[in-house]
Design a protein around this ligand. Structure first.
Ligand code: SF4
Ligand code: SF4
Length: 285
């Protein structure tokens, strides 16, 4: 939504012209987050334009893609404005599971991005696929094993990759018990991640000290997974110091009252983990 409201509708007309079509099936607002939705998309009239375009039949379904926290994704879902969404989900990034479930409950379609972690998840190389299958095959079938996921957007560089992905998506082959065991064993090997299985459900919130617990855990997970990759790390450090700290939502504001402990279905030692996040991120001030 970098275009001014007055120009927004004109842009849709140009898009339809360029695509040589009278309507678009799924029209995505990419990179939407809750702040943009509540302070810009609705009050500045962007959503009015989109609703009007839908009434006119130029758009069939409104969709959004999102990298916001699971709790904020759920707020966008609950507006009832969207019929599908695109969010990150894969073997290691499972924090959006609760948001995916909420979307499915509301009858929305769910597409996921990064189903094989963009090839960046080095931990996945610890998985040894069975029966001559590839790692991509295993990761994609993991994603499709979630009945709430309707489509997976996987990057493909070669014709062979396209053919393999089509073959995997075409077959209804669920993960075998032994493959599930392999995955569990891999997760168990990743020291420090097993105590961080935060689904982003938000049940621990609100925190009386305003700490955004799910986002802080998300950052700690990211740092642990992508720790050696500076370009990723820089983004997480910025998110912490430029958004969470000024808004007093950062882990360092946890006063260890323990009120959140009983609320977490995953039994995560939240105050301890908040100390870990604060210590990890303090190194990069
Ligand atoms: S222990 Fe920390 S994170 Fe949990 S409710 Fe208290 S201040 Fe918030
Ligand atoms: S309740 Fe537990 S699993 Fe849910 S968001 Fe909070 S820390 Fe994560």
């Amino acid at each position: 939504m970098n275009t001014e409201p007055a120009e927004y509708r004109k842009r849709l007309d140009i898009q339809l012209k360029k695509l040589k079509t009278d309507y678009i099936d799924f029209y995505h607002i990419h990179g939407l987050n809750w702040n943009v939705y509540q302070y810009k998309a609705e009050p500045k009239g962007y959503m009015d334009d989109l609703r009007k375009a839908k009434e006119e039949g130029l758009i069939r379904h409104l969709s959004f893609s999102c990298h916001d926290t699971p709790a904020n994704i759920m707020k966008i879902i609950d507006t009832g404005e969207f019929e599908s969404m695109l969010v990150q989900y894969n073997l290691l990034h499972r924090y959006n599971e609760a948001a995916i479930a909420r979307a499915a409950e509301k009858g929305m379609g769910v597409a996921v991005m990064g189903p094989v972690g963009g090839g960046r998840i080095t931990f996945l190389s610890q998985l040894k696929p069975r029966e001559g299958r590839s790692l991509a095959d295993l990761c994609l079938r993991f994603v499709f094993a979630n009945p709430k996921v309707g489509a997976a957007l996987s990057g493909m560089n070669t014709r062979e990759m396209v053919e393999e992905n089509v073959r995997i998506a075409d077959h209804d082959q669920l993960l075998s018990p032994i493959e599930m065991e392999d995955i569990k064993a891999m997760l168990d090997q990743i020291k420090g991640l097993e105590d961080l299985y935060c689904t982003g459900c938000g049940y621990c919130m609100p925190c009386s000290s305003q700490v955004d617990i799910p986002t802080n855990l998300l950052l700690l997970n990211y740092i642990r997974i992508y720790g050696s990759q500076q370009n990723f790390k820089d983004g997480f450090i910025q998110l912490y110091h430029k958004r969470l700290v000024p808004d007093q939502e950062a882990a360092e504001f946890c006063i260890e009252c323990g009120e959140c402990l009983d609320k977490c279905p995953q039994k995560i030692e939240i105050p301890e983990r908040m100390k870990d996040v604060a210590a990890e991120l303090a190194k990069f001030k």
